[in-house]
Design a protein around this ligand. Structure first.
Ligand code: ACO
Length: 436
């Protein structure tokens, strides 16, 4: 359309500029021509935390935070969670289309064939302290994979990229399960490629001395659904890290390890662990009002609430609430669900949360299910990282073939000292340094 432009008047110079609007955005580089004088660098945008900046174009995940919509490759998350296996969704995210039966069979076979890890990596994992946090173990072992697969550095070769994608998706549950058993001092269980993705993971986690561990089908399906819900979420913190680190052409193992680090933070994927600790601390419904009061006074955060993009109910939290009831039919009710439900009820009727559009996010209920299944809170973020690896890799692949892609390198607004003369050490008097 001809009128898809923006006209800007620079009041410093009275000059007018017209820049194109593309899909509701302007290119920040189009502002560089706006100068105050010949020596001026040109106008930049200032957007800490990317509150209003699109860092890429993507065809993978669509999210409308106002309406509470989430779609992978155009398919509503609710339908995928109802009807698909996790690896089927992984195929969709990575390839853009749902697989045919043959494609799915081959894909399942391919991924499950790559579930084993090198024995030396197992020894490497043995070196972690017995109480090492499983996210630290996962991050370290994923980074270590790059030393086992030096071919992975060949990121410009599509066939080679695909190989690392399959390896990573196959090996994540194995690494996670080994981290779990390492902590408990239990012998590692080798993967069983005959099982589906979730059941294989459960087998590696929980098999003891029985000749054949049989995963409860309801719990296995619940885990697959949780994996589907966590598989991708467009340009969140860890995915942005994946793209930024990947843009330097680091190999996918090092890049994924960086994304795991970002996911671990309590404001991102680490929130599921924090929610459980918070519910433990609250302990009973009668203590909720006092806790909410502390949150409103800014002394605490209601973990598992709020989202940068969702300003309406997180559709994943709605599905997780339903899955929780199915899991409890098998495991018995986790009493924390009642504290969580009451916390949600009180928060959603309180002006503080209404005004700020704070709703439960994906992390609010997931930990309660994981705990009912037998996971300890420090495992929760690992359970997020396994499926999110698929999203990270889909976004990484998309980034590498994007013709607009360049190394990620933001600008800054310098607010430090102007040029000044050096002071020799002997002439520097006493002063108090104020550090950040
Ligand atoms: N509890 C209490 N107040 C909150 C919360 C919360 N969980 N979240 C936001 N607020 C308040 C802020 O204090 C702020 O209030 P103010 O306007 O009076 O200053 C207002 O709501 C807006 O919050 P921001 O921090 O500006 O929102 P932002 O988009 O930067 O942060 C975030 C989003 C990090 C998720 C935040 O809501 C939060 O810390 N939530 C708790 C941690 C959490 O659950 N993280 C998981 C997110 S989902 C995921 O990553 C998988």
């Amino acid at each position: 359309m001809d009128n898809e432009t923006l006209t800007i008047t620079d009041n410093r110079t009275n000059q007018t500029y017209t820049v194109p609007i593309y899909r509701g955005s302007i290119r920040a580089m189009d502002l560089r021509q706006i100068k105050n004088g010949a020596d001026d660098f040109g106008l930049m945008t200032y957007d800490p935390a990317f509150m209003n900046t699109a860092s890429c174009q993507s065809a993978i995940t669509y999210l409308d935070g106002e309406k509470g919509i989430l779609r992978y490759r155009g398919y509503p998350i609710e339908e995928l969670a109802e009807d698909c296996s996790f690896l089927e969704v992984a195929y969709l995210l990575l390839n853009g289309e749902l697989p045919t039966q043959d494609e799915l069979d081959n894909w399942n076979h391919e991924v499950m064939r790559h579930t084993m890890i090198h024995e030396n990596l197992k020894k490497f994992m043995d070196g972690f302290h017995h109480d090492a946090h499983p996210m630290g173990v996962l991050m370290g072992s994923v980074a270590a994979l790059s030393t086992f697969y030096p071919d992975a550095r060949n990121i410009s070769d599509a066939k080679c990229r695909r190989k690392q994608v399959v390896r990573l998706i196959g090996k994540m549950p194995t690494l996670a399960a080994y981290a779990y058993r390492h902590r408990l001092g239990l012998p590692y269980i080798y993967p069983d490629p005959e099982l589906c993705y979730a059941k294989n993971y459960m087998n590696m986690l929980w098999k003891r001395t029985e000749p054949k561990y049989v995963a409860n089908p309801v719990l296995a399906r619940a885990l697959e659904v949780l994996f589907i819900l966590h598989a991708d979420h467009e340009q969140n913190c860890s995915t942005s890290v994946m793209r930024a680190v990947g843009s330097s052409h680091a190999d996918p193992y090092a890049t994924t390890a960086a994304a795991i680090a970002a996911l671990w933070g309590p404001l991102h994927g680490g929130a599921n662990e924090e929610v459980l600790r918070m519910l433990d601390e609250i302990g009973s419904n009668d203590r909720i009002p006092a806790f909410i009061e502390q949150v409103k006074q800014g002394k605490r955060k209601l973990m598992g609430f709020g989202h940068r993009v969702y300003k309406n109910y997180d559709p994943r939290a709605r599905i997780i609430k339903r899955v929780a009831e199915e899991v409890f039919q098998v495991t018995g009710r986790n009493p924390k669900i009642d504290i969580a439900l009451e916390l949600e009820r009180i928060a959603l009727s309180d002006e503080y949360f209404i005004q700020r559009k704070l709703y439960p996010n994906v992390d609010f209920y997931s930990g309660i299910i994981y705990q009912a299944m037998g996971f300890t809170p420090d495992q929760f973020t690992v359970l997020f990282g396994i499926p999110r690896t698929v999203g990270w890799l889909a976004q990484w692949q998309e980034m590498l073939v994007d013709t607009d892609k360049k190394i990620a390198r933001p600008r800054q607004i310098y607010i430090g000292e102007d040029a000044r003369n050096f002071v020799p050490l002997t002439q520097r008097g006493k002063r108090q340094l104020v550090t950040a």
